[in-house]
Design a protein around this ligand. Sequence first.
Ligand code: GTP
Ligand code: MG
Length: 444
Amino acid sequence: MAATDLQRFSNEEKRNLSLGGHVGFDSLPDQLVSKSVTQGFSFNILCVGETGIGKSTLMNTLFNTTFETEEASHYESAVRLRPRTYDLQESNVHLKLTIVDAVGFGDQINKDESYRPIVEYIDTQFENYLQEELKIRRSLFNYHDTRIHVCLYFITPTGHSLKSLDLVTMKKLDSKVNIIPIIAKADTISKSELHKFKIKIMSELVSNGVQIYQFPTDDEAVAEINSVMNAHLPFAVVGSTEEVKVGNKLVRARQYPWGVVQVENESHCDFVKLREMLIRVNMEDLREQTHTRHYELYRRCKLEEMGFKDTDPDSQPFSLQETYETKRKEFLGELQKKEEEMRQMFVNKVKETEAELKEKERELHEKFEHLKRIHQEEKRKVEEKRRELEDEMNAFNRRKVAVETLQSQSLQATSQQPLKKDKDKKNFFSLPSVCSITSGRHVN
Ligand code: GTP
Ligand code: MG
């Protein structure tokens, strides 16, 4: 076919053709249904509300079963997310249901950060899905999708207004999850008060710009019921797994001394409306909205954060390959810069350490010289002392020898004494002048 023919053909409008007989592609929707049924479905509900507000009871009532549950204490130091997954089957449809409880919500003295663990949990589920999508070998077909499809926000039936904790939390969550607000334990509030309370809640949500989930009205089959139900939001619900005999029928209800509140009686509460909207009419829309709106937003922000763009600065299409190449170059450049910085840092560090070591060495050397000088001085002093002592010792020895000589002379002298005495006696009488000098006295 010539190029001009091709161009003409593509520019032509699509033509409607009638078929000569049955071809069979009208079974495509059935094929899709059959495939989906075989594959099974997953649905994930997040329950946010104060401890003991009736979350578990409502879940049991909604799915008409008893999920394992334990009461939360009022002393949790922070909000904690507790997911539990169950396999349910109705007819031939398998549902993997995950119920996530925000345990300890509203129990902390400082509630500023109460929303954070919830937001983080929702983001983590989106991130896990994105990581699976970005894998080379993806297995999204049998991937357990844990992304939150709906958040049931349990409002305390005060009859006054929303608490700031409710407004802050819903505001933080509304771009990440489909929020359906419900007034819990609606049997504890009177009919007229409930009516006013609903109006108050809706006006507060609007004035604070909180986007709650709106039941879709674009599908003709459900447009009417959904638009009616949108006007009933927030649903005021009562939960109970207790069965009470009303007439000759056993119904789920809460029994009081003054009467019975029937869970499935639409004039008593909005439980039936909630079940209808959440499970029977809009479950698929909630799943779809999660994927096409909330997850898409998360994915876009995340990819932009990672540097991916659809167009370049001149608004020209920018392929993934080009983005990858640009990013790679940027990354390599940065890596080199970092490497150079590290090397420089290392060299500087080595120089610093070298200088420090040299300084230390010099100090040590000085110390050594100083000590050496002191030591020499000490040695000189000791040497002097030694010499003095030696001199003293010599002097002493000389004196000792002299004394000894004197002693021996005096001993000798003593032994010759009688002889000398006689001699002296003679001399005494013959030499008076000498005698007087020796004794120091004059003899009369
Ligand atoms: P935690 O998981 O411990 O935070 O509690 P929860 O929010 O799951 O509350 P749970 O369902 O355990 O109910 C707490 C108490 O509230 C129980 O005594 C329930 O019987 C009661 N309760 C539950 N739903 C309702 C209701 O709709 N109305 C009234 N009046 N009481 C309810
Ligand atoms: Mg519970």
